[in-house]
Design a protein around this ligand. Sequence first.
Ligand code: HAM
Length: 428
Amino acid sequence: MADTFQAPRGTRDILAPESERWHRLVALFGETARRAGYRAVIPPMFEDLAVFQRVGESTEVVRKEMFLLAEREGEARQALRPEQTASVCRIFAQHRPATPWKVFYAGSNFRYERPQKGRYRQFDQVGAEVLGTDDPDVDVECIALAWRFYQRIGLTRVRLLLNSLGDGEGRAAYLESLRRYFDGHLDRLSAQSRETLATNPLRVLDSKRPEDAEIVAGAPTMVEHLSAEDGAHFARVRAGLDALGISYELAPRLVRGLDYYTRTTFEFASDALDAAQNAVGGGGRYDGLVADLGGPSVAGVGFALGVDRILLACDAEGVFGPPEGAVEVFVISTVDGTDALELCDALRSAGIGADRAFDGRSMKSQMKAADRSGARVAVIVGEDERRAGQVSLRPLRGGGEQSTVPRADVLAALRSLLGGDRADDPGR
Ligand code: HAM
């Protein structure tokens, strides 16, 4: 007997109705983003490895988690995307669209992580980026877009954590003071953090290792070192959030897992999820990334939200349930199936969700299938109906009498039976 194959470690098979809830969420995000003037962009699933290396040589994402694509000979030069911001910047550098360039995207990303609930090797994000302006109002617009999206799907237990990582001189001075501070406590840092310190002291702030906790808690913060210009930028971001009534917590040690950030950084944490995987989204400004990828020197800001984790949070909060099936009518044909074939086609073309049974099943078995389908009405064509040019309509839910109508009137009769509350929602 052949082996039974399993989904690869860190991946999930997503079946209905969860898969349909998934599509609904992604569609809703697209609609929300388009309403704010963002247009869709579809980056490739893989890029030259060097593109992704720009997200930070000292990050776990680049050092340990990249899915490299094997070459026929020699070393891997391409990798599956671990995120999409770097690709969006590469696309900007290549195509030079007019600015501000406001885009959104949705799709899978790949990181070779240790899988657990809410952490997968293939996971999906929806996200948005704005290139070509460093106006702090854009930072606010991005944060608000994500925030309103969480609200729109009904999540209430999401918190916004906010920080500024500065840029330029302030940043250099901060890195110096951070390095000095950690150098003074080397003996109390984990071996991994001592190694990270050499490449990027900011990353040490991101350490989740318990042995680092105390030293990290006492580290100097960027906010104390912001230049006048970066301080004003950050103040404007905060004032904008206040004006929109979006509450946030200042998180002076929030650094995030990627290295390209400058100035504003933020994360969305869900209190409905386990603390280890509670980030349902994150983002920030990356004013140097496009230039790093060979493009012009343009500012950028954006965010990505984890679809898998958002849906876990929805489960935990009991909101945004899976959509119902789209079948409204089940056609039962006891002669030879031809009526079912024709009627289903006609109903579907008229915009009514219709399904049927196959394999010449008995009336009883077809009725069972009709019940399982979630349809509200069964259209029945037996010998008698066929001969008389009629169909019988039997309500399956909510009571009501069976009736018989001329076959030519079936659409009108069904429309009146299904009533005005027929959902034209594409998610159904
Ligand atoms: P990130 O924080 O690495 O940022 O990922 C954003 C979100 O993706 C996380 O908050 C989380 O919800 C989800 N996520 C990340 N890794 C996994 C995983 N292994 N399994 C499940 N969900 C995961 C970025 O990717 C940046 N590109 C965000 C950004 C856009 N910054 C500026 N623009």
